[in-house]
Write a protein that binds this ligand. Structure first.
Ligand code: FPP
Ligand code: MG
Length: 326
């Protein structure tokens, strides 16, 4: 069963709300190139995992405010989509979701503007909602976006750096991926007036899922076909990203020198041979078991929330992250 069906959330409604962010934007004529680019982008696909997480979070509170909730869900997708526009520029990645990346379609300058505008709109929306609140401000824009940028910057400043520690890799993954998922669950819960403790447990759950997801994603870069990945297999390492499987493989003294020799100018055949050797080294299995450990920790959090009927939705999320192929 698809995630949206398992959660009983119509994906059409999520998509409509995301498009409404553009359609009802008072500063953006619907016929403008900017509006059209954003609409095309959101129609180009995506599983809407983050909006779904916002809605699941709200099911842990006594008083969901439907209007706000759906806008927050749409805002979560906006932040994610904006970050991917920038990510594809930084990674020099020409393809996203099986189509040309936005900077290939529009040029880098135009694509940067689209990403900036989308993030700015979200910050504005959330500041307006935060101003109405007494207890605590929402953090989807300030905290989540800042950490996204920091995570990306850490990654960029450690390209081809084989001295990175596993802890540093995990911290970068938390900032780049896990904390946005965590923030989505928490903001949904906060918008519905959930207890602080519950909101924090949901944050921790989202963080564990996000960590498991990022590690899986980094493993898939070694194991999946180029066709499935939408980019050449092994491209992370080719581009200098020292991910968890590489860090584990570096512990193999025989293999380490050939990994360390990979630099930006290394011929593809050499890198391909090292990528294949990493695949045979046991590093992927070790990475998989760390990912599984995060999923176990997420399961333990579900247990603590078992008195809430919505704990079943967390189980559906866990199943999706634990069992899915990509
Ligand atoms: C995908 O990583 C990218 C991210 C998880 C975050 C990117 C964040 C930024 C570029 C900061 C800017 C943020 C905003 C809101 C403007 P990946 O390259 O590992 O995954 P991929 O294979 O999907 O490209
Ligand atoms: Mg990328």
């Amino acid at each position: 069963m698809k995630l949206d069906e398992a959660l009983g959330i119509p994906l059409r409604s999520v998509d409509r709300e995301i498009e409404n962010m553009v359609k009802y934007d008072k500063d953006l004529p619907r016929s403008s190139a900017l509006a059209k680019s954003i609409i095309d982008l959101v129609r180009s696909g995506g599983k809407r995992v983050r909006p779904l997480m916002v809605i699941v979070g709200s099911r842990f509170g006594p008083a969901p405010d439907e209007n706000k909730l759906w806008r927050l869900a749409a805002a979560a997708e906006f932040i994610h989509a904006a970050s991917l526009i920038h990510d594809d520029i930084i990674d020099d990645s020409p393809v996203r979701r099986g189509q040309k990346a936005l900077h290939i379609k529009l040029g880098v300058s135009e694509a940067v503007h689209v990403g900036n505008y989308m993030s700015a709109r979200v910050i504005e929306l959330i500041s307006a909602y935060s101003a109405e609140r007494e207890r605590y401000a929402y953090d989807l824009s300030s905290l989540a976006t800042t950490e996204l940028c920091l995570g990306e910057y850490e990654q960029l400043s450690h390209l081809f750096d084989y001295e990175v520690s596993v802890e540093e890799y995990l911290e970068k993954s938390r900032k780049k991926t896990a904390q946005l998922m965590a923030a989505c669950l928490r903001i949904g819960a906060q918008s519905a007036g959930a207890d602080d403790e519950v909101a924090e447990l949901l944050y921790a759950f989202g963080e564990k899922l996000g960590m498991a997801f990022q590690i899986r994603d980094d493993i898939l870069d070694f194991t999946q076909s180029a066709e499935k990945l939408g980019k050449p297999a092994g491209s992370d390492l080719r581009k200098g990203q020292v991910t968890l499987p590489v860090l584990f493989a570096l512990e193999d003294e025989e293999l380490a020198p050939s990994i360390r020799a990979i630099a930006a100018e290394t011929p593809a055949e050499l890198t391909d041979a090292v990528i294949a050797a990493i695949g045979r080294s046991g590093a992927l299995e070790r990475s998989e078991s760390l990912s599984a450990r995060y999923l176990d920790e997420a399961q333990a959090i579900i247990h603590r929330l078992r008195d809430y009927p919505a704990h079943r939705d967390l189980q559906a999320l866990l199943q999706y992250f634990g069992g899915r192929e990509s």
